[in-house]
Structure formats: structure tokens, C-alpha cells
Design a protein around this ligand. Structure first.
Ligand SMILES: Cc1cc2nc3c(=O)[nH]c(=O)nc-3n(C[C@H](O)[C@H](O)[C@H](O)COP(=O)(O)OP(=O)(O)OC[C@H]3O[C@@H](n4cnc5c(N)ncnc54)[C@H](O)[C@@H]3O)c2cc1C
Length: 546
């Protein structure tokens, strides 16, 4: 593995690209370079956690702010209150020492050099949607949101996506620039960085593979401060590791190069809701349905608690994304209904462009400004407190397992602590979301990328969702509900979890996320980040004992 380039090179933003740059070296180099100006530092800002990182003095922070082109937000800056927040409100109590929003690769190098010099922990953030809150820490958040450009070449064979782009930007720009897309999830605000490095599950995967399967190269700043372009021939081990090894482990990615896929077919998006008393039959029929569908179809099943009104019951809704004819989609739904043996209580079918379908999934009726998180001005997309486990099954589950799922949702529906009066189901719910991990996902060998589960059948998410600011006992009750769920499902679980749908309380998380690829990931970590600069609760460790 070639981790260090022999000669210093210069890239993009006027900063040196050398192995093991210290911050002082970077500052000295930067001082003579046009384009380096004062960042948005509020000088004298005091960290709420300064005691934990005695090495970073106010003068250090001031130096850092002066050395970057982007913005450094300290705790006494009015922007800090929202800039520090990720999506999962359970982790709102974690206060970073500062948030740095780089304007270019050079700023990322400055941030890494600063962290190496001071001992402050660097925490990269893209869309901030980590379920486990891993883009939040008491260190320095390197928030990539300003580096979000999305461009495609004229042949539409390569798309370069800035690490701070969120999915709605990616879909909008690739569609506008040539009716193209990449396989990815449906939530508009999920960041490209966390999604890609963990896997990337969504509507196109049965035809084109995971998001990471379309990645052909990436720009990354590693713990030694070096800016590298990694691909199948340069720094191959790092390129392998960032495809499935999880975000935040191997450096700060600044841009991704993808091979995009066509998105010019009409998209049928359909929903069928079934009466709850048939939930078990719906679950059973869903186990094998994806396999009977064309590769351009992506179904999902959402089982969720509903409002706590009298006689309210959970809901069972089957969704279908299909790029092709309405007639074929109708046929697929008729086949599913025949398998269940009862008709849905309601059914909707829409034929749209791919981008309209994507947008409407979360933002139907919203303006562009509203289709942003509540933390941005005018944004309407809610933040939530979420505790999730996932399970990647390798074969259809039997009736006994499906019964557990139905029983546990009914338990949440009844539980007064989990389902307090007056809280809407949109903000407080138990949910099980199931989608296929088959088709083209299986075309890649388990060790070809760091994502190991190439024989997956379905991926399940078991989610407790609580409203922002919910009392601690509600959060704890939600976590114990998912814990209990997992424990009851033990007889059928494979132990395989999708790292992007993980949980901080998971035992054996490293094996669960990385399976057969864990030993190689540890080796790459030891080579590229021997000092463990990038470290968090579930970061890849260089060896099993650390
Ligand atoms: C509402 C919601 C819907 C979702 N839907 C889907 C879905 O449909 N399909 C799917 O596969 N997943 C989905 N996810 C899960 C999602 O893929 C993961 O949470 C993913 O990690 C989020 O990426 P992010 O960049 O937004 O997260 P962040 O919180 O910013 O980062 C996640 C991890 O990556 C690291 N990281 C961030 N940026 C960088 C960078 N530039 N370089 C290196 N490391 C970095 C962080 O440090 C952190 O460890 C969803 C999550 C939510 C909350």
C-alpha cells in the first residue's frame, strides 16, 4: 500500500500536499499564499469542553481561524447553536469545541494539522444524519456542507460530488445536467459522505448496486495531513476501505467520483396500505416478493405505530418504486395482493419523473426552501430522536419471526410511556422498515469492497422514534423497546448489521458491521491512521484489543 507519495505536490487551493504536515508547517506555507484570508472565527470563543482538551488554547483557535478560507464557528457565535447539531436529537447534549466549515481541501488540511498538534478530536460531518450521532463530538466538527458542488462530464460518464452534498442536491443536479442519478437513499438530507462510505441502500440498488458500487475514486485528507486521490490503482487499500468501512474512519473525504446511471425512465411510485389484522400475511408475502420483481423495481414495507386515539392500530404499508411502465407496476401489485389474499384498504399510484418521485417522497407540497431541515431558515424537515438496530437477513424469515414483529409493534401501540397522549405518530413512533438487498448488490464479491453482505436478502430497520426534547425516560423506553425486539428475534438473526443503520448499544458491532472484512479494515486503519486520530465510539480499531 503506497501511503506516502515521494514528492510534495500542490493541489487546488494553494496548500501543500505533503505527507505528515504539522499545523505550524501548514500555517507557514499558507501565510504566503494568496487566497488565504480570515475565516469567520469569533476570537476568544471559549469551548464548553475546553478542560477535556487542554492543548487547544484560545490562541490556537485564533490561529486556526486565520489560516482558513472557510468559517470557524466558536461556541459564542450565534451560528453555533444550530451549526453544532446533527439530525438525531438524542445527541443534542454533545457540545463540540468548534465547527469548521472548510471552503476547500486546504482548509481540511489545516483542520487536520490543528487536531494533530492540539489533540482535539476531528469529527467529519456531511449531512449530519448519522443514526448513532457519530458526526457529533466534543472535538472539532469538520462540517463539509460548503463543499457540495455536483458536476457531470459531457459524456455523462463521471459525476464529481462534493463531500458536503446532500441527496436532494445530488439528484436535482444530476437530473438537470442529463437525466442521470446515482443509486442512493430517498431521504433528501442524507449526506453523500456517510451514505457512500457505509453502503447506500435505495431505489436503484437492485439494478445498479449500492451507492458505493458506483464509486470510482475519491479525494481524501488522511490523518497525516496528506491529500490523496484514491481509486483502483492509487492508494487502493484506502479506496477499498471507504467503500463500506464506514464514514469517519480513514480520513476526511472532500469529493467523490461516481459513474452515474440513467434516470430518464418514468418512475412509478405506489403505496398499498393493508388492515393491521393482515400484517402477518403482508410480512410473509413480502419475504419473497422482491425476488419476483424486475431489477428496476424496489419495494419496501413499513410497519408503524399510529396515533394514540381510541382503537388505533399500527399500519402496514407496502411501497413500490418502479422505473418502467405503469402496466407492469400494476401487474406486480396485483401479484402481491393475490399472495396476501386480501385487498389493501387504500392504494395510490403516481407516474412521475425520477426527480419528482424523489422530491415528493419527503417534500411533496414543499418549496425548495422548505425541503431543508428545521435548523435552516424556513426548513420543514423534522429532526428526531432515533434508536435503531438493523438486521440483514440471508433468507426469508418464518412465521414465528413475523409474529414477533407484529406483537412488538402492538406492544408499542399500547405502551403509555412510548406513546404519550397528544404526540403525533409522525414524531413519535415505533417503526419497522424492510427493503431488499438483492439483485445487483449480489454481483460484487463480499471482499471486493469493505461492504461484506453481498448475499443479503432483506435489510430490516427496527426504529424507536421520539420527538425532539422527549423526556429521558421516553428515550430510554424506546431504546429498551428496540433492545427487547432484537433479543426476541435472536433465533432468526444472522448477526449482520448495516453500519449506516447501527446502534451505539450494539455488542460486537465491529463484526456485525464488517463481517469477513474486519481484519483487512483493521490493517488499513493501522497503516493510514496509526495514532488513531479519527476515533469515535464505533470507529475501526487497528487491532482487536484497542
Ligand atoms: C432520515 C434518514 C433517512 C435515511 N435513509 C437512508 C436510506 O434510504 N438509505 C441508506 O442507505 N441510508 C439511509 N440513512 C442512513 C444514512 O445512510 C447514514 O446515517 C449516513 O451515515 C448518513 O450520512 P451523512 O453524511 O448524512 O451523515 P453524517 O452524520 O454527516 O456522517 C456519518 C458518518 O460519516 C462520517 N463522515 C461524514 N462526512 C465525512 C467525510 N466527508 N469524510 C469522512 N467521513 C465523513 C461522520 O464522521 C460519521 O461517522 C438514513 C438516515 C436518516 C437519518
Amino acid at each position: 500500500m503506497a501511503l506516502v507519495r515521494p514528492a510534495a505536490m500542490w493541489h487546488g487551493h494553494g496548500m501543500p500536499d505533503q505527507a505528515s504536515l504539522s499545523r505550524r508547517q501548514v500555517l507557514r506555507a499558507g501565510a504566503g499564499v494568496a487566497g488565504l484570508a480570515f475565516g469567520g472565527l469569533v476570537v476568544g470563543g471559549q469551548s464548553q469542553n475546553a478542560g477535556a482538551f487542554a492543548a487547544a488554547t484560545p490562541a490556537d483557535w485564533a490561529d486556526l481561524g486565520r489560516s482558513i478560507r472557510g468559517t470557524l464557528i466558536m461556541p459564542n457565535d450565534p451560528a453555533y447553536a444550530t451549526a453544532r447539531l446533527g439530525w438525531n436529537t438524542i445527541y443534542d447534549g454533545i457540545a463540540p469545541q468548534a465547527v469548521l466549515q472548510p471552503a476547500g481541501v486546504g482548509d481540511v488540511q489545516q483542520a487536520i494539522a490543528f487536531c494533530r498538534d492540539t489533540g482535539v478530536r476531528p469529527t467529519p460531518r456531511s449531512g449530519g444524519h448519522s443514526f448513532q450521532g457519530f458526526s457529533t463530538s466534543t472535538g472539532l466538527i469538520i462540517d463539509m456542507s460548503a463543499m457540495k458542488s455536483v458536476t457531470m462530464n459531457s459524456q455523462r460518464s463521471r459525476a464529481r460530488i462534493g463531500a458536503g452534498a446532500v441527496l436532494i442536491d445530488v439528484y436535482a443536479k444530476l437530473f438537470q445536467q442529463g437525466k442521470m442519478a446515482i443509486p442512493g437513499g430517498t431521504c433528501p438530507m442524507v449526506g453523500i459522505s456517510g451514505l457512500t462510505q457505509g453502503g447506500g441502500v435505495g431505489p436503484f440498488i437492485r439494478e445498479y448496486g449500492l451507492t458505493l458500487d458506483r464509486l470510482v475514486g475519491a479525494h481524501i485528507v488522511t490523518a497525516d495531513g496528506q491529500h490523496r486521490y484514491v481509486n483502483a490503482s492509487e492508494d487502493r487499500d484506502i479506496f477499498w476501505a471507504i467503500r463500506g468501512g464506514g464514514g469517519g474512519n480513514f480520513g476526511v473525504v472532500t469529493a467523490f467520483d461516481f459513474v452515474p446511471v440513467p434516470a430518464d425512465m418514468p418512475t412509478i411510485s405506489a403505496n398499498m396500505t393493508f388492515a393491521w389484522r393482515h400484517a402477518e400475511r403482508v410480512l410473509e408475502a413480502f419475504q419473497t416478493w422482491p425476488d419476483a420483481l424486475p431489477a428496476s423495481a424496489h419495494p419496501n414495507l413499513v410497519l408503524a405505530t399510529s396515533d394514540r386515539s381510541a382503537n388505533a392500530q399500527p399500519t402496514a404499508t407496502v411501497g413500490l418504486w418502479y422505473r418502467g411502465s405503469r402496466a407492469r407496476a400494476d401487474q406486480a401489485m396485483r401479484e402481491f395482493i393475490a399472495e396476501v389474499g386480501v385487498a389493501p384498504t387504500s392504494q395510490t399510484v403516481l407516474k412521475q419523473t425520477f426527480f419528482e418521485a424523489e422530491y415528493d417522497e419527503y417534500c411533496a407540497g414543499f418549496t425548495e426552501g422548505q425541503c431543508t431541515p428545521v435548523t435552516s431558515p424556513g426548513g420543514l424537515l423534522p429532526r428526531l430522536g432515533l434508536s435503531t438496530y438493523s438486521e440483514i437477513s440471508s433468507a426469508p424469515w418464518p412465521r414465528a419471526a413475523n409474529d414477533v414483529i407484529v406483537e412488538e409493534l402492538e406492544r408499542w401501540q399500547r405502551d403509555r410511556l412510548l406513546q404519550p397522549e397528544g404526540v403525533s405518530s409522525a414524531l413519535q413512533a415505533g417503526k419497522v422498515i424492510i427493503e431488499p438487498l438483492s439483485g445487483a448488490v449480489h454481483d460484487t464479491a463480499p471482499t471486493a469492497t469493505a461492504f461484506p453482505y453481498r448475499d443479503g436478502w432483506l435489510v430490516y430497520q427496527f426504529q424507536s422514534r421520539v420527538r425532539p426534547g422527549a423526556p429521558a425516560e421516553t428515550v430510554a423506553a424506546g431504546q429498551s423497546w428496540v433492545n427487547r425486539f432484537m433479543s426476541r428475534l435472536t433465533p432468526w438473526r444472522t448477526g449482520a448489521e448495516y453500519s449506516n443503520y447501527g446502534n451505539r448499544e450494539l455488542d460486537q458491532w465491529a463484526t456485525a458491521y464488517y463481517g469477513v472484512n474486519l481484519p483487512r479494515l483493521r490493517k488499513v486503519k493501522a497503516a493510514v491512521d496509526p495514532g488513531g486520530l479519527f476515533r469515535f465510539e464505533q470507529s475501526v480499531r487497528p487491532d482487536a484489543r484497542t
